[in-house]
Design a protein around this ligand. Structure first.
Ligand SMILES: Cc1cc2nc3c(=O)[nH]c(=O)nc-3n(C[C@H](O)[C@H](O)[C@H](O)COP(=O)(O)OP(=O)(O)OC[C@H]3O[C@@H](n4cnc5c(N)ncnc54)[C@H](O)[C@@H]3O)c2cc1C
Length: 430
């Protein structure tokens, strides 16, 4: 008999939710986390779309450590000297099940783990799983950590991006640098009221999500983000690895320059950096997704590359929570049926296929490649927009020129065909 019915590796969004579902179904489940506590090694930009969290914890709003409800969306195109921002707010964004919240993983992940623990899951921290145990037929039957071997009928890998265990379990080539990005983030402390005033929200319950393209990454493929938390601001960058190779400015310098940008600097002025983190982001989408199961093992969350960055929306936590939920429920059903072979775990892939997770990833499967190749988005268009808006707003006492003669030369510099081609490519991929 195995030591546990299930072992979950990693206590991020996917892991704690998978463990919660298994424990609720009465299964013995052990979560092994290499960090010293849940959230110690986890990173996000920081906004969670609430819909999948609500499905698992219908009244999460009452006790989850949420920072602010996002009531304002901003997207900016910046070059060194200009910034064009689109701002959006609506009732729809705030409606239950469609709403989103800023979160900090150092508080959010311990809360998620606590829900699983209260349901009966056991957690051990500070131990990294090094490899998988396999039986004579090659089915996964446990994990190895240092000298320890712990057996289980099913192992759920929720160990996040760059998972060597996932490679060992289902076998896939390491992802290319064009499908991986690096994220860097600082958490900057300011008082609650200052953040509310600078983000122009009505109260400290409400916040802003702000994404940037252009000079934030010095024109490289990627972008910046800023999320308003209760008494901190999460500020950071994500940039594609292949585009950083050989580039003279390292990403930590890009972040320092971003912090000095005329639009960013006034918001964080006087703030104190209390956290600095870096993490990989899998951006290749469905095309880089490995098999989700093999005999005795399942993959959920970023260990299976479930992440989407569309430039205006960044998502991974809601996918990880949904995948963790389905993995936990399907593992429990497979344990009841006494079959945790790949065939016995097939319900997991079916459940994900029927959910938004696979539908989304399938829908936007070509978008990462389009974003990677539409490089004008990161330098030419922010500059073009800056010039056009200068043409509209700058008044210097000279006679007004016809708008056509102001705009046409700027558009011609970029090329109408290029504009059309890029717009068409992006629309087609969405
Ligand atoms: C810069 C950045 C910005 C982002 N912005 C957003 C955003 O705004 N909204 C959003 O929804 N998503 C965002 N994401 C993506 C999101 O954070 C991830 O998709 C999500 O955290 C994945 O959850 P997970 O549970 O799969 O993995 P993780 O949260 O990474 O958890 C994996 C866990 O496994 C543990 N682990 C790893 N290996 C082992 C091992 N061998 N043994 C034991 N434990 C192990 C790790 O310590 C970790 O706790 C962002 C990501 C980055 C990097």
């Amino acid at each position: 008999m195995a030591d546990f019915e299930a072992i979950v590796v990693g206590s991020g969004c996917a892991g704690s939710v998978a463990a919660y579902e298994l424990a609720r179904a009465g299964k013995s489940v052990l979560v092994i986390e290499r960090g010293n506590f849940a959230g110690a090694k986890n990173m996000t930009g920081g906004r969670i779309y609430s819909h999948s969290l609500k499905e698992v914890f219908p009244s999460f709003e009452e006790n989850a450590p949420l920072e602010r409800k996002v009531v304002r969306e901003r997207i900016s195109m910046i070059d060194q000297k200009s910034c064009m921002t689109m701002e959006f707010s609506s009732d729809e964004l705030e409606r239950e099940g469609q709403d989103s919240y800023t979160v900090l993983r150092a508080t959010f992940d311990p809360w998620l783990a606590e829900q699983a623990e209260e349901a009966g899951a056991e957690f051990i921290y500070g131990i990294a799983v090094e490899s998988l145990m396999k039986d004579e037929k090659g089915a996964v039957c446990g994990v190895k950590a240092g000298e320890d071997e712990i057996t289980a009928d099913v192992v759920i890998l929720c160990d996040g991006v760059n998972s060597l265990l996932a490679q060992e379990a289902v076998g896939f080539d390491p992802p290319s640098t064009s499908t991986m990005a690096v994220g860097i983030k600082q958490v900057i402390q300011l008082d609650e009221e200052t953040i509310t005033n600078r983000c122009l929200t009505a109260s400290s319950q409400e916040g802003t999500a702000w994404l940037f393209a252009g000079d934030s990454t010095h024109g490289r493929v990627g972008g910046g983000f800023m999320y308003a938390n209760k008494d901190t601001i999460s500020l950071g960058l994500v940039a594609t690895l292949s585009d950083l190779e050989g580039f003279e400015t390292p990403i930590y310098q890009m972040l320092e320059d971003f912090k000095r940008h005329p639009v960013v600097a006034p918001i964080i002025r006087g703030g104190k950096v209390i956290e600095h983190s870096g993490h990989m982001v899998p951006e290749g989408g469905l095309n880089m997704m490995p098999a989700l199961t093999a005999d005795g093992v399942m993959l959920a969350g970023e260990s299976a590359m479930m992440c989407v960055n569309l430039g205006y929306v960044v998502r991974g936590m809601d996918y990880a929570i949904a995948a963790g939920m389905h993995a936990g429920r399907c593992a429990a059903a497979a344990l009841d049926a006494g079959d945790t072979s790949k065939a016995g775990l097939a319900g997991y892939e079916q459940a994900l296929e029927g959910s938004f997770v696979m539908k989304d990833l399938r829908q936007v499967r070509n978008f990462p490649a389009v974003m990677e190749h539409t490089t004008r988005l990161y330098h030419t268009y922010p500059r073009m927009i800056g010039e056009m808006l200068n043409g509209m707003f700058v008044v210097d006492g000279k006679p007004i020129r016809p708008m056509k003669s102001v705009m046409l030369p700027i558009l011609k510099k970029v090329g109408f065909m290029n504009l059309l081609k890029d717009a068409r490519g992006m629309m087609k991929a969405l």
